[in-house]
Design a protein around this ligand. Structure first.
Ligand SMILES: [Zn+2]
Length: 247
């Protein structure tokens, strides 16, 4: 029973953070203060990742500052903010462009990739395994206007704009989740269309960008179009809550 529980913990931590499972195994060697051992081991592995990943072709999206940063500390702590140097450059350029046209704007990134190994899956994404994929949060506004650094959903994802409901027929199983249980946690914010459209245009105009995923009715509402702007298809997750970009 113990073995099964520890196995599940290792698998879960590996799935969420890539290196957390290793820290758990290390902690098992300690009979006392296992939690402290786990936190220390994870902290060390985390620090090693920050230094080693750039040598192996993955760089972290910044966790603080602007005009580009991760949406929350969660993504930094869990090592989900690593991308290829080229994609980091694309993201930085796009964020700078939005901030130039709309001073003070902070572009928020969501899941990128893990620091090591190409092909390592990042659940629940179907891609995000090679360093060349990154998600961005939409921009939001309250009654006073653009809300700097804030998102409607606490994790940036799943605040669906209810666009594209008719695009796909109901199916089971599906990645087009509704996430109704998360609605009480949503902030009273509205999509800020100007900045969201500006980020989309900046990404689409970059020659290094291969594809951008967004639900087509939402793209139409924002007045953004272009050959690289694609519908991800009905078999993948919805994209009326975030922007997906890949090289
Ligand atoms: Zn994505």
């Amino acid at each position: 029973m113990r073995f099964v529980l520890h196995g599940a913990a290792v698998l879960t931590l590996t799935a969420i953070t890539q290196l957390g499972g290793i820290a758990w195994v290390v902690a098992l060697a300690f009979r006392r203060r296992r939690w402290a051992a786990f936190l220390l081991a994870y902290g060390l592995l985390w620090a090693v990742a920050q230094l080693a990943a750039p040598q192996l072709g993955r760089e972290p999206i910044p966790c603080r500052g602007g005009p580009l940063r991760m949406q929350s500390a969660f993504y930094c702590v869990t090592l989900r903010n690593f991308v290829s140097p080229e994609l980091r450059e694309v993201a930085q350029r796009a964020a700078e462009r939005v901030a130039r046209d709309h001073p003070g704007t902070v572009t928020l990134a969501l899941d990128g990739n893990f620091p090591f190994l190409s092909g390592f899956p990042m659940i629940p994404h179907l891609s995000h395994g090679d360093g060349d994929k990154l998600d961005f949060a939409f921009f939001y506004a309250d009654e006073r206007g653009y809300a700097v650094g804030r998102t409607k959903s606490p994790i940036g994802y799943f605040a669906f704009e209810r666009a594209g409901e008719e695009t796909c027929p109901p199916a089971f199983p599906t990645f087009r989740w509704e996430m109704r249980w998360l609605r009480p946690a949503m902030a009273g914010l509205e999509l800020e269309p100007e900045r969201t459209a500006a980020l989309l245009r900046a990404l689409l105009s970059d020659t290094r960008v291969g594809k951008v995923f967004l639900e087509p009715p939402l793209a139409a509402r924002l007045g953004v179009s272009g050959g690289k702007l694609r519908f991800q298809g009905c078999r993948a997750a919805r994209h009326d809550d975030h922007i997906h970009v890949q090289l």
